[in-house]
Unconditional design. Structure first.
Length: 600
């Protein structure tokens, strides 16, 4: 297949059809030449953050090398040059959104800060007890929590529009929830977890008819769709730079000037003031009223370079290419019986969430990573939506302009292999029960060695025998598949280990007939974490409490490389598991040292 294709016009035809040079686009992103675990990088985590083209990297470097100074009010050359670059970036954002004027463009740290700004300032001016804010079940946490906080502070009520099993808004329920009490409607343009493109034009029209203002969270729409805030007629629109091929820590808020004039400023400090007296401060004109302190000048320069790059490539052409990727990926995954797609709306952007029967999403993501494929796993900052769908999370592949059909096929091929390998392996989990004299008895793991040090030495020798970390990951996964089983009645809240990326239960006890021997059962819904739990059982289960407390487990983890090869989230979870075992062992050791007459 040719890497150069002519793509049709998408949307309202405001951009003529143009040739999309995929080879050129891929060549513009240096990181795509990297390898992961010795495999070519296939980056399918674009909904979390897109990679950066050379033009953005160079723009930021050039700014720092030639132009940097603080902006506004400086009379020297560099300050004026930096100010010009900063304000030119504002013009680029204005054009990208088709805002009416520059006064309506506020630079923020990203979509999250922009939503917090509006939620705080709008609520201060316009929310009263009994008023309502309307959001949906599919919102990102960034468009839930700020409105919860605003409603709690002002005595208002948060109302939520339900969604269908396919991940589409229930527009009939939206109509019912709108009322004269509705003061703000805050909705995502595109769902980050499902890819659903919401009917925001209709939402805005109906909200305005009801007298409500509207904020649209465009963090996931801006990389994929042409945005026209005047055509949409929204009151506020937000997006983040790092999702549109720009740097992190920069984003923008569009707000109609009449609203920005009416609501109070978000923060106080330099640049947002006109005059300051101890008696009273007067605020600066728009947009500076909402830009307190030294801004992210380099970030704005990088964002402008990214938006200009997207325009040069052709936003409508990007959309068409990504639609092709999504269609092909959907067809490939639908052909795998064990894969279930989550989010099947009729109109979607380039996000594909899925589950694999019998394999936790975290394990799917880990196995894909071993082949160089980057996807996102978890709840995607949409915990209420996951609860609504009756799942804990998904694996999510998300596509960008630089992805190829060949990458999609490789991703699907690897996923098929993961499914085959899983079904082909027989799990030999140790039985949780035995029957002694006709009575049910739970079996706990015995000591793997004379002491934790000896057990650690055996594990370390095995890890040294395995050539690289892909082999060690696979070993941990296979170890988890054969973990000792845990009775269901032990999977209760008091045994839940919090702070882990997956669900983990750990039940410790003092071994019957002993004074200080600790043994424990553990379980997780992911094989990788279960493998880590088996390692802990080999180190500690069946060992004396004082030896458990004395063993330097952190040094052992460092020795076998867990400190550097596990993600920070998994390291934190492992630390919580160790903390649970150590705390129980410390209690057992303390009780053993305490004379019986003084025990309570």
């Amino acid at each position: 297949m040719s890497m150069v294709t002519t793509l049709p016009t998408v949307g309202k035809g405001r951009e003529p059809a143009r040739t999309f040079d995929l080879a050129r686009a891929r060549g513009d992103f240096p990181i795509l030449r990297e390898k992961v675990h010795g495999k070519p990088l296939v980056y399918l985590d674009n909904a979390a953050s897109t990679q950066k083209p050379r033009v953005v990297i160079d723009a930021i470097s050039h700014y720092y090398e030639t132009t940097h100074a603080n902006v506004h009010r400086g009379v020297h050359h560099l300050s004026q040059a930096a100010t010009q670059a900063f304000e030119d970036a504002r013009v680029t954002v204005q054009n990208f959104l088709n805002a009416h004027c520059l006064r309506e463009i506020i630079f923020t740290r990203g979509a999250t800060e922009a939503i917090n700004l509006v939620a705080h300032c709008f609520s201060q001016a316009y929310l009263q007890p009994g008023d309502e804010v309307l959001i949906s079940w599919m919102e990102h946490h960034s468009n839930i929590v700020p409105w919860q906080m605003a409603c709690q502070q002002r005595g208002a009520t948060l109302k939520v529009v339900p969604v269908t099993e396919a991940g589409e808004l229930r527009m009939d329920e939206f109509e019912k929830l709108l009322s004269p009490r509705t003061k703000m409607v805050a909705m995502g343009h595109v769902s980050n977890s499902l890819g659903t493109v919401n009917p925001v034009k209709r939402i805005i029209e109906r909200a305005h008819q009801a007298g409500a203002a509207v904020l649209i969270d465009g963090a996931q729409a801006a990389p994929h769709l042409r945005i026209d805030v005047q055509e949409l007629d929204c009151d506020f629109y937000v997006f983040s730079g790092h999702k549109v091929y720009g740097p992190t820590g920069i984003g923008a808020l569009f707000g109609k000037s009449r609203w920005l004039e009416l609501i109070p400023p978000y923060q106080g400090g330099g640049d947002m003031i006109r005059t300051v007296r101890f008696e009273k401060t007067t605020y600066n004109e728009l947009p500076y009223k909402f830009e307190a302190g030294t801004p992210n000048i380099a970030g704005a320069v990088g964002l402008a370079a990214a938006l200009s790059y997207m325009e040069e490539i052709g936003i409508d052409a990007i959309t068409a290419h990504e639609d092709e990727l999504l269609r092909h990926a959907t067809e490939r995954l639908q052909a795998i019986p064990e894969v279930r797609l989550i989010g099947t709306a009729s109109e979607k952007a380039s996000v594909l969430s899925f589950l694999v029967d019998g394999i936790a999403a975290l394990d799917v993501g880990t196995r894909l990573d071993l082949e160089g494929i980057a996807v996102r796993t978890g709840h995607h900052c949409c915990m209420p939506l996951m609860e609504r769908l009756g799942i804990e999370g998904t694996a999510r592949a998300s596509f960008a302009m630089y992805n190829t059909l060949a990458e999609v096929d490789f991703f699907a091929d690897v996923l098929e292999k993961i499914v085959r390998d899983k079904s082909g392996r027989k799990t030999h989990a140790m039985s949780e029960l035995s029957v002694v004299n006709g009575k049910r008895e739970i079996v706990y793991p015995e000591a793997a060695a004379a002491n934790p040090e000896a057990a650690a030495e055996e594990v370390a020798e095995l890890f040294e025998f395995l050539d690289d970390w892909p082999q060690r990951y696979n070993y941990l996964i296979e170890l988890g598949e054969s973990r000792p089983a845990m009775p269901e009645e032990f999977k209760v809240e008091c045994n839940r280990v919090h702070g882990c990326q997956s669900t983990v239960f750990l039940h410790c006890r003092r071994k019957p007939g002993t004074t200080n021997v600790v043994e424990f059962l553990a379980d997780s819904n992911t094989d990788l974490v279960s493998g880590l739990l088996v390692l802990l059982q080999r180190l500690f289960s069946g060992q004396s409490a004082d030896k458990i407390v004395a063993f330097d487990v952190e040094a052992f983890f460092k020795r076998i490389g867990l400190d550097s090869h596990l993600t920070s989230g998994r390291r934190n979870g492992l630390a919580e598991m160790v903390k649970r075992v150590r705390a129980f062992a410390s209690e057992v050791a303390q009780n053993e040292r305490t004379p019986i007459t003084t025990r309570k």
